[in-house]
Design a protein around this ligand. Structure first.
Ligand code: TXA
Ligand code: MG
Length: 533
């Protein structure tokens, strides 16, 4: 029999859902993360129906949803202090907290564990339904177990119609992937599943937080895991999806040699790919990736692709959650690069050279784009003629390019900087890529591409990783003045023609702050990171 379709706009539908839930029925509800398959969390028979409808292993516990903090008191043995702090900051919202459970929670709801996972959703409709039910609601994502979670009505309808009493036809879910699950049962809180609230945000709020190893690595099915949900193959479309950790340029080449493969890539990249492509957000915007990933995985099924190569998301901020879902959709099938290329970038004066030297001490050589761009040979011929045409004869001194004069004019405004880049980037890039090839052939496994304008020159497309170097503004200014012997005014102008520090940080896999004394230790830490990732 078809499920009843309810509207979140309609108060009597909300009440109807409440009544069904009180009577032990299943109702699919919208939340800000993904659609939830809800039942009365305190009714073992009702909860049993959830496992049946989803085809879910019964040792995988459910999240209990409440509409107000006061309701959790009777569900847990006690409320850890850090849970109160987190609740104050992130509830209602996409954060689930695991706490020691009270005897009110049936074993079937907690998958036999002595803890319970609780969340207050931000979605108004979800909270209204909980209130109407007058019961806490157990609700996993409303997909058939193993398939991608539903973020649109059409997804839930195709998975759940006929398996539940009612389905709400809500709007698309605004976060797009599930809540972050954090356990407060351990001495140091531990993130079991990354999600709608980033680990960084949680650390800012409560300090030290651990991240369970199952989050980004493969866990043996037999090994005991803290969050049972993390051990199952999950979020999988029917197609074989393989994650590429190659640079974008090498990723594009995968499609040259193979037909019948679709791409799951970032917005704007599809035009470089031979064959079909589906996108999931922008390369450096993990919130957008989170919002679009499940929809993209559903599309792969709809379009009937057999094999897909997916771009690897970065693991910072919300990116960790996107990575966590996608690596499972790929069943941990990954194409690793044979040589890791680390884009080293940051504002002028941030200390890139010191970091490059530090990494060199650990055996990681670099291609110095600045050096290539300072070498007069790079500009000989057409390029030099174009520079004179654009910036005037004053940039020439005794038949040679006067780099200082060129810099003065070109870095005086964002517009001029852009013109300079347009003319010089192609020739610089050619020499850079020759240099990369030379190092690759020499047998190195990791190399640094030291490029102040990595993003502007789109040289990030050569890279498998991005490392940004930062320093506080005054330190950057002082370093530029000392190094290039220019005035404070000129140094300030140069700084303002660059990308913001925050931009670099957001786009990076790793950040080293050279205003900190321990920046050498960070270099060591980065070397460890790059060896393992
Ligand atoms: O955003 C969400 O969290 C969505 C919406 C509907 O609220 N729900 C959701 O539920 O994603 P589900 O069942 O698909 O995922 C629950 C996750 C699983 O990984 C499960 O193992 C973990 O939470 N979990 C639940 N109770 C736990 C407990 N007591 N200890 C450790 N992990 C627990
Ligand atoms: Mg799920």
């Amino acid at each position: 029999m078809d499920s009843l379709i309810l509207s979140p706009e309609n108060q009597s539908d909300i009440q109807k859902a409440g009544e069904l839930l009180r009577n032990g029925e299943l109702v699919v509800i919208p939340t800000e993360t993904v659609y939830g398959l809800a039942a009365n969390a305190l009714d073992s028979n009702a909860v049993k129906k959830i496992y049946e409808a989803k085809g879910r292993p019964s040792d995988n516990p459910l999240i209990v949803h409440v509409s107000d903090f006061i309701e959790i008191e009777e569900l847990v043995e006690f409320i850890p202090e850090k849970a109160r702090v987190l609740a104050e900051k992130f509830w209602p919202g996409p954060l689930t907290m695991v706490m020691p459970k009270s005897s009110k929670i049936p074993d079937i709801t907690s998958g036999g564990l002595d803890s319970v996972a609780i969340r207050i959703p931000k979605s108004r409709t979800a909270r209204d339904i909980i209130k109407a039910a007058k019961r806490p609601l157990a609700a996993p994502s409303a997909n058939i177990s193993g398939k991608p979670s539903p973020t649109e009505f059409s997804h839930v309808f195709s998975d759940m119609n006929g398996r539940v009493s009612a389905i709400f036809s809500g709007k698309n879910c605004s976060v797009g992937l599930e809540s972050t699950v954090i356990s407060l049962c351990t001495d140091i809180p531990t993130v079991l599943r990354p999600g709608g609230i980033s680990v960084e945000e949680i650390r800012l709020c409560i300090g030290e937080v651990l991240v369970d190893k199952s989050v980004d690595s493969h866990t043996d099915e037999l090994e005991s895991v803290s969050s049972p949900g993390m051990k199952y193959k999950h979020y999988s479309p029917k197609a074989k999806v393989v994650m590429s950790k190659l640079s974008f340029f090498d990723y594009v080449n995968l499609f040259e040699n193979e037909s019948q493969v679709a791409a799951l890539c970032f917005e704007g990249e599809e035009k470089y790919i031979k064959g079909d492509a589906i996108t999931f957000g922008k390369r450096y915007d993990s919130n957008l990736q989170a919002k679009e990933l499940f929809n993209a995985l559903h599309k792969i099924d709809e379009l009937g692709y057999k094999k897909v190569y997916a771009r690897a998301p970065q693991k910072n901020g919300m990116g960790l959650a996107v990575y966590n879902r996608l690596i499972r959709a790929c069943g941990f099938n990954v194409i690793e690069p044979t040589v890791k290329i680390v884009g080293l970038t940051g504002q002028s004066g941030a200390g890139k050279t010191s970091v490059a030297n530090e990494l060199f001490n650990y055996g990681i050589p670099s291609v110095d784009c600045d050096k290539i761009s300072r070498d007069p040979k790079t500009y000989e011929g057409d390029c030099l003629r174009e520079l004179v045409k654009t910036f005037g004869n004053t940039i020439m001194k005794e038949d040679k390019l006067d780099r200082k004069e060129l810099a003065k004019i070109a870095f005086s405004s964002k517009e001029n900087t852009k013109k300079l880049n347009q003319i010089t980037f192609p020739v610089i890039k050619k020499r850079v890529s020759d240099e990369i090839d030379r190092l690759k052939k020499s047998g190195v496994k990791i190399l640094v591409l030291d490029a102040p304008t990595l993003f502007e020159a789109e040289a990030d497309n050569y890279c498998t990783h991005i490392l940004s170097v930062t320093a506080n503004e005054n330190l950057c200014l002082q370093r530029i003045i000392d190094r290039d012997k220019i005035s404070v005014e000129e140094a300030k102008k140069r700084m303002s023609s660059q990308l913001d520090e925050l931009y670099y940080v957001n786009c990076s896999d790793f950040v080293i702050d050279t205003s900190q004394n321990e920046f050498k230790a960070q270099g060591r830490e980065f070397t460890r990171y790059i060896n393992n990732n």
